[in-house]
Design a protein around this ligand. Structure first.
Ligand code: FAD
Length: 428
């Protein structure tokens, strides 16, 4: 049998794509190399745009609603929280549960999903693509009109087979899950929180995080290179993290407590080709400042599906038709480009510690922090235009940041940081 679309990879990108294709009458088969409960190294933070763009997830998938974000510099910190507890910044989940749920949704819509099935070879022919799939020790060949590569950063093998560009995996993240009783999580963290620790001595290209779950926490670090020993030392000795983890019991997934995984370093130049579309991490779609990627994977999966639904109607899966996918992704591109500017400012300016401490100090202003927290999603996306309702927030924040840094830096350093801030923050 020949399918309309074959999908390699059943993470958020592949599963979302499968759901939308199946819902619209496209014959789709998805192969996932892991088992149905596969653990993915991921803190499970779902920023608010997940709910805005994809609707609510069922309560059994959600560990906690996140109503505050704590930002630590080396010496200053701010707890961004609205006074009346009305602000939802995001949610928290376990990835094995989320991925399972998204795949089940796709199956309910009519997609065929085969787990424990690795796509290990692809060949592109004039009228079809063919994949070779290893399930247990069986090998089968499946044909389709097109293929979606949704294999995350680990699927480089397939990029090579298709002779397409691939992420270089420059940054990495490491993480561990711990059990803590629910009441301890509430006492120590105040419920659902994204707590971020920036300190260039600990991680010069990222941050350490604690995200709370119902009964426990995800703790991790992203950086250029991750080192398990260094990570363990930080957890053991950090003056704020150590007491927060006191008595926490390591949780193992698939027999392992600490997990490390690469993070794509850039968006690929070509995220489509003849009969091929790349989504999620496989396309390099990840926020370059926060390293968030679940929303990007889901959104690119949906946009890939929209393109392929039209391709089926026209019976045209050529690169010149699938170019529409690249155009559809313009919002994702813009958000990632903005995050790349923040990446440059924070991780490459040489002033990370001063910048984060100064930002934390500025946001200690109650009025600004309240408004900032309420609008954190669009502010992080950085898509504000002058004249937007909340553009004044970005402008005010930038003004205070520059004013404060002017007093702390010599002229040459200030000129440099001024340029980077004007470029990154927030209004084009
Ligand atoms: C430690 C860490 C923490 C993170 N925390 C967050 C966070 O809190 N919030 C957030 O938004 N993002 C986070 N991210 C980023 C996020 O995990 C990714 O951006 C997201 O998982 C990308 O989804 P995806 O579907 O593109 O790829 P993946 O989730 O990697 O899914 C790819 C799937 O393809 C399968 N696969 C691979 N090769 C093959 C093959 N050849 N054949 C068949 N199947 C294959 C894999 O088994 C996997 O299930 C984190 C990343 C790391 C490393």
């Amino acid at each position: 049998m020949k399918y309309d679309v074959i999908i390699a990879g059943g993470g958020p990108g592949g599963a979302t794509c499968a759901e939308f294709l199946a819902k619209n009458g496209v014959d789709v088969i998805l192969f996932e190399k892991g088992d149905n409960n596969r653990y993915k190294a991921c803190a499970g933070g779902l920023m608010w745009h997940n709910e805005l763009d994809f609707g609510s997830l069922p309560p059994e998938i959600i560990e906690r609603d996140v109503d505050h974000l704590i930002l630590h510099g080396p010496t200053e910190f701010v707890d961004l929280k609205s006074d009346n507890n009305s602000t939802k910044i995001g949610q928290l989940t376990y990835r094995n549960r989320l991925d399972c749920y998204l795949r089940e949704k796709a199956i309910r819509s009519g997609a065929i999903i085969e787990t424990n099935s690795e796509v290990f070879n692809i060949s592109c022919h004039k009228d079809f693509v063919e994949v070779e799939v290893k399930s247990n020790s069986h090998i089968k060949r499946i044909k389709g009109d097109a293929i979606v590569i949704a294999t995350g950063v680990h699927g480089n093998k397939l990029h090579r087979k298709l002779k397409i560009d691939r992420p270089l995996e420059i940054e990495q993240a490491i993480q561990a899950e711990y059990y803590l009783p629910s009441h301890v999580v509430e006492e120590r963290f105040g419920g659902g929180v994204y707590e971020l620790f920036f300190n260039s001595q600990i991680a010069s290209h990222g941050y350490t995080w604690i995200f709370t779950k119902k009964e426990g926490v995800s703790v991790g670090m992203c950086n250029k290179n991750v080192d398990i020993k260094h990570f363990q030392e930080v957890l053991k000795h950090h003056p704020i993290i150590r007491p927060k983890l006191e008595g926490a019991k390591p949780i193992e997934f698939e027999g392992k407590h600490i997990w490390a995984a690469p993070i794509p370093d850039r968006i690929l130049e070509h995220i489509y080709g003849n009969k091929v579309i790349l989504v999620g991490d496989a396309a390099g779609f990840i926020d370059r400042f926060t390293y968030e990627g679940i929303w990007h994977a889901r959104m690119s999966g949906r946009l890939a599906a929209e393109t392929l639904i039209k391709a089926k109607k026209k019976s045209d899966y050529t690169a010149s038709f699938l170019l529409k996918y690249q155009r559809k992704c313009s919002r994702i591109f813009e958000i990632i480009q903005n995050s790349q500017k923040m990446h440059h400012l924070v991780y490459h300016s040489g002033f990370m510690d001063l910048l984060i401490d100064t930002m934390a100090l500025i946001l200690q202003d109650k009025e600004l922090s309240e408004e900032y927290t309420k609008n954190i999603q669009p502010l992080l996306e950085g898509l504000l235009e002058p004249g937007d309702e909340i553009a004044h927030l970005g402008i005010e924040f930038r003004r205070r940041l520059l004013e404060s840094l002017k007093n702390k830096l010599d002229k040459k350093s200030f000129r440099k940081i001024n340029r980077l801030i004007e470029y990154a923050y927030f209004i084009k």
